[in-house]
Design a protein around this ligand. Structure first.
Ligand code: GDP
Length: 426
């Protein structure tokens, strides 16, 4: 079985905790896009982790975790992440972890150029995490990337770097910044590359063998629909495709093998970085939700923007992902609300719509709210629908109907066991 686990919203839906949970039934977990610019939080018997690059199946014995070709990988960051996880008692060997030789490398000059460009933009900055992800993807599409497998051939590395470093220096001169050298860049690649060499391989071959053997493979997204490079809120998107349709490409496995798409949807909204966020709360209302949900970035610590559940954006998210079922996360966070706001439509210049708009129309959208009764009680110990208060079940049913896909799981706390599985009839 091939399953994609994807974010329906703006990211930070709780994909990591669901991958950690559901990977119990899988043999392989593959990250298919993005870099170390976001983090998945996992809380389990090993402790609390914020994984930037390593797939969240790493905690399961016998699961092979793969960094797919669709990613951009900062070799220094992945080395540090491996060392940190080992330090915390996890076993990471080529038996349970591999890196695609064809993934693009995110280098120090990408970080530098990310910084320089954000600084140049000043107030109009894109809100980049400044980890070099956009410059690294740009190089990939410009066909100027160093790929992970290149570090295995030191004898040809300098020749590959020659045109790239020249190009980077032309840019750096434009910014008035110090130039870089081939020697320092090669040294960085070789130093980190020698540590990573045992993990680097042809991962599409691994995928093919696993699929042919009938193994269960999970494809793990990094961000949500609305940050997808093509279909998200461009230009406030990430620099890669987060959609499930891209997952097989980023993992190196034929699209026809995809059986199932589990959309992770949060019981309310949050967003990191810039761009329109129609349901955004402000002041005390926002502070209360941010505190209740612990809405601070896993990779950056930045406070997240928060808001009510957005039916318009989430239904678009479900459709674009082709979600066959959903996991509704963080329902417990809403326990403090007397009445729960839900954005059911947008008002755009006096016209009501339930179609998710783009561009200037989205900038002009105002939320139209309905209010559902709050459940006003701690639900974090509930393990079945029967144990949930009626108002919570009503909220779940409302969302399911509004976004148009069945809810299969509900999570009510950050720990692995804090969830319930729903009967298919809901
Ligand atoms: P991801 O990038 O989609 O994996 O999400 P993040 O890790 O950035 O953010 C999710 C946050 O919510 C993490 O801090 C999780 O520990 C936490 N979390 C996940 N599921 C639940 C839940 O059901 N209830 C609560 N209270 N916290 C949760």
């Amino acid at each position: 079985m091939l399953t994609a686990v994807v974010g329906v919203n703006w990211g930070d839906e709780g994909k990591g905790r669901m991958v950690d949970l559901l990977s119990r039934d899988y043999d392989v977990v593959v990250r298919y896009q993005g870099g170390n610019n976001a983090g998945h939080t996992v809380v389990n018997e090993y402790g609390k982790f914020a994984l930037n690059l390593i797939p969240c199946g790493i905690f399961r014995e016998g699961v092979l975790n793969v960094l797919g070709t669709g990613m951009v990988i900062d070799l220094e960051h992945i080395k540090n992440e491996i060392e940190e996880l080992r330090h915390r008692g996890l076993k990471i060997t080529p038996d349970n972890f591999r890196i695609s030789e064809k993934a693009a490398v995110c280098l120090p000059y990408h970080r530098l150029l990310d910084e320089l460009e954000e600084d140049r933009l000043g107030k109009g900055a894109q809100g980049s995490t400044r980890r070099g992800i956009a410059p690294a993807y740009s190089d990939k599409y410009y066909r100027k990337a160093i790929r992970v497998g290149d570090v295995l051939s030191p004898e040809t590395l300098e020749a590959k770097l020659l045109p790239v470093v020249g190009f980077k220096n032309a840019l750096l001169r434009g910014y008035g910044a110090a130039e870089i050298t081939i020697a320092e860049t090669a040294a960085w690649l070789l130093e980190n590359g020698s540590f990573l060499a045992p993990f680097i391989c042809n991962t599409e071959k691994l995928m093919d063998e696993a699929a042919e053997q009938g193994k269960n493979i999970m494809l793990e997204a990094q961000l949500g629909t609305l940050r997808d490079l093509d279909f998200g809120i461009y230009p406030y998107t990430t620099s890669s495709n987060a959609l499930a349709a891209y997952a097989p490409i980023g993992a190196g496995i034929p699209g026809r093998r995809l059986d199932r798409v589990i959309g992770i949807v949060k019981a309310y909204s949050s967003s990191v970085g810039g761009g329109p966020f129609t349901v955004e709360m402000t002041g005390d209302e926002a502070e209360a939700l941010r505190e209740a949900g612990g809405e601070y970035g896993a990779a950056t610590g930045r406070p997240r923007r928060v808001g009510a559940f957005d039916v318009v954006a989430s239904r678009f998210g479900v459709k674009m992902q082709g979600a066959s079922s959903l996991a509704l996360t963080k329902l417990d966070v809403l326990s403090y609300m007397d009445k729960i706001p839900v954005c059911v439509a947008y008002d755009i210049n006096g016209v009501r719509t339930t179609d998710f708009p783009t561009g200037d129309e989205l900038e002009a959208a105002k939320p139209v709210f309905e209010y559902l009764p709050g459940f006003c009680t701690d639900i974090s110990k509930c393990r079945s629908l029967d144990e949930l208060p009626k108002a919570a079940v009503d909220y779940v049913r409302f969302i399911e109907k509004a976004v148009g896909a069945p809810i299969e799981y509900i999570s009510v706390g950050p720990e692995r066991g804090d969830y319930m599985e729903l009967p298919k009839v809901l």
